[in-house]
Design a protein around this ligand. Structure first.
Ligand code: FES
Ligand code: FES
Length: 160
């Protein structure tokens, strides 16, 4: 980390690319992803850790990017919804299950479900699925359709 005009330059890996960005110590990972790296898939919602619209993966685990300082991401691997490339099983599963309406929460749910599948290659028990999903909120679609999407995701084979 290098001091530079009141900012620090951090190096991290985002969606497989090594990047360096100059950030203020107080900058949130969410804002850096959106405003400096142009990755607007993670959405600002409550910015308080409650809604999950900002969820990305850090070193394979879902994190709420509004609760992570950019400097805390130094040296880590970040995966955003853009990094799923449009072809991940979870993305097709959400389409097949009609598991969204306005879509504002969807990228967050996609990242949580994708992370769940990487940690549980086989469909886990219902209470485990519920524990993973409870970190995120949707204000307009049915949670039942999101649960259905999880089942469909597990019917698909290739995990990235
Ligand atoms: S914006 Fe991050 S949890 Fe709501
Ligand atoms: S689809 Fe609208 S908030 Fe979830």
């Amino acid at each position: 980390m290098v001091n530079y005009a009141g900012k620090v330059v951090i190096a991290l890996n985002v969606n497989g690319d090594n990047v360096e960005v100059a950030v203020r110590p107080s900058d949130l990972l969410l804002d850096v992803l959106r405003e400096q790296l142009g990755l607007t898939g993670a959405k600002p919602g409550c910015k308080n850790g409650d809604c999950g619209t900002c969820t990305v993966m850090m070193d394979g685990w879902p994190v709420k990017a509004c609760l992570v300082l950019a400097v805390e991401a130094e040296g880590h691997e970040i995966l955003t919804v853009e990094g799923l490339g449009g072809t991940a099983p979870v993305q097709q599963a959400f389409v097949d299950a009609n598991a969204f309406q306005c879509g504002y929460c969807t990228s967050g749910f996609l990242m949580v479900c994708h992370a769940m599948q990487t940690h549980y290659p086989l469909l886990p028990e219902e209470h485990v699925v519920e524990e993973w999903l409870e970190s995120n909120l949707c204000r307009c679609t049915s949670y039942q359709e999101i649960r259905f999407a999880v089942q469909k995701m597990y019917e698909k084979k290739d995990i990235r």
